[in-house]
Ligand binder design. Structure first.
Ligand SMILES: Cc1cc2nc3c(=O)[nH]c(=O)nc-3n(C[C@H](O)[C@H](O)[C@H](O)COP(=O)(O)O)c2cc1C
Length: 349
């Protein structure tokens, strides 16, 4: 592994940034105490909240993950059509669907400035390739920069802005795919495949992500040359994670799929790649919402994210997992609850 990333605290196991609740400063500091490294998740948060979290993680190795803004939508009409299709959900959960919103850059520039001001040891980007100037600013401030990619083509785009390393994200990964080609994304690659194709492009360190179901997967990816293995789903049931109760219940029930518990919770077995919640492909546990809308959901992050946000909030408030984005990777059936330190130790068994 390059000295820059080692000096920045990159360890064999990376606790993935998980925006939308699961990542907390306690998860990140707990990971560091266990000799792993965790990333704070800046996505969806205001700069003030991100700054509070950076203060809470100061003093231990940590990273910060930032969403790269999507290119502007060429045509908002598919989103308007989807809005109409979602009206039964608005009726079911007694909410009003918001007008279509396309102008959200998730405070990208402010978050980059914050990362530089706090000299965050590791900064990773998701959803695309940041501009070269932001990468230069961060590296000049002492941050090591990683860019998440899902293919060799995306790796080539990312390498052009000169990061310190790449995160190779597989189709098996839970949550959003960091692809810049959502129309062509199938979600069928394994971590070993993406790691190999990305490593063929560069001598830089490559972090492997996606589908980790236990220590054998970690060992195999490290042996295949991964600088670290980034796991998200494995940590969703951690005591320190902020995973919503309905998400936790569905994960436990889903991992017992086929049993009475799985059936009672109404969670169909397995995961699916879907744009239904946010307009960007993401892997989630199947539920009523993914079954009803995956086929018609348009491409269009963050417009679709904003459109479905009140539906998801109302479902969460009712403890109803059937309209929640239950992000999960293909390894979800092996996960377990416990302190993050125990979960890190279990991955090293
Ligand atoms: C609930 C959840 C939220 C996620 N949020 C983010 C995020 O904010 N930024 C990011 O780069 N990756 C995010 N990911 C993807 C992870 O970085 C990583 O690629 C993935 O978890 C690896 O696959 P696994 O879940 O099978 O371990 C998220 C994953 C999950 C499960």
């Amino acid at each position: 592994m390059s000295t820059a990333l080692r000096a920045a605290g990159l360890a064999d196991i990376t606790v993935a940034p998980m925006a939308g609740g699961p990542t907390t400063p306690a998860l990140v500091t707990g990971a560091a105490r266990a000799g792993a490294v965790g990333f704070l998740a800046a996505g969806y948060k205001t700069p003030a909240v991100v700054e509070d979290e950076l203060r809470a993680a100061a003093g231990v190795p940590h990273g910060l993950n930032i969403f790269v803004p999507s290119p502007p939508l060429a045509d908002p009409r598919p989103i308007e059509h989807y809005r109409t299709a979602l009206q039964p959900e608005a009726d079911r959960y007694e909410i009003d669907l918001p007008p279509v919103r396309v102008d959200d850059d998730d405070f990208f520039a402010d978050k980059v400035q914050l990362a530089a001001a706090y000299a965050v040891p590791l900064v990773s980007f998701a959803f695309g390739v940041p501009d070269a100037e932001s990468v230069r600013l961060l590296r000049g401030a002492g941050c090591a920069v990683l860019i998440t990619v899902t293919s060799a083509r995306e790796a080539a785009e990312a390498l052009a802005v000169e990061p310190d390393g790449l995160v190779a994200q597989a189709g098996t990964a839970g949550g959003h795919a960091s692809t810049t080609n959502p129309a062509g994304y199938t979600g069928t690659t394994t971590a070993a495949e993406v790691l190999a194709s990305v490593r063929a492009m560069t001598e830089l360190p490559v972090v492997a992500a996606g589908g980790t179901a236990g220590p054998a997967d970690v060992r195999a990816l490290l042996r295949a040359g991964a600088a670290s293995v980034q796991c998200g789903t494995w940590f969703l049931l951690a005591d320190e994670a902020g995973t919503r109760p309905a998400h936790r219940t569905a994960l436990v029930a889903g991992s017992a799929a086929g049993t009475a518990a799985g059936t009672a919770a109404g969670t169909a077995a397995g995961t699916v790649v879907t744009r239904a919640f946010t307009g960007q492909p993401a892997r989630a546990l199947r539920n009523r919402f993914t079954e009803a809308y995956s086929e018609i959901a348009p491409i269009g992050y963050p417009a679709v994210h904003h459109l479905t946000a009140p539906i998801r909030a109302a479902a969460a408030a009712r403890g109803d997992a059937q309209a929640l984005n239950l992000w999960a990777g293909t390894g979800y059936a092996s996960i377990r609850p416990g302190p993050v330190a125990d979960l890190v130790a279990a991955l090293r068994d």
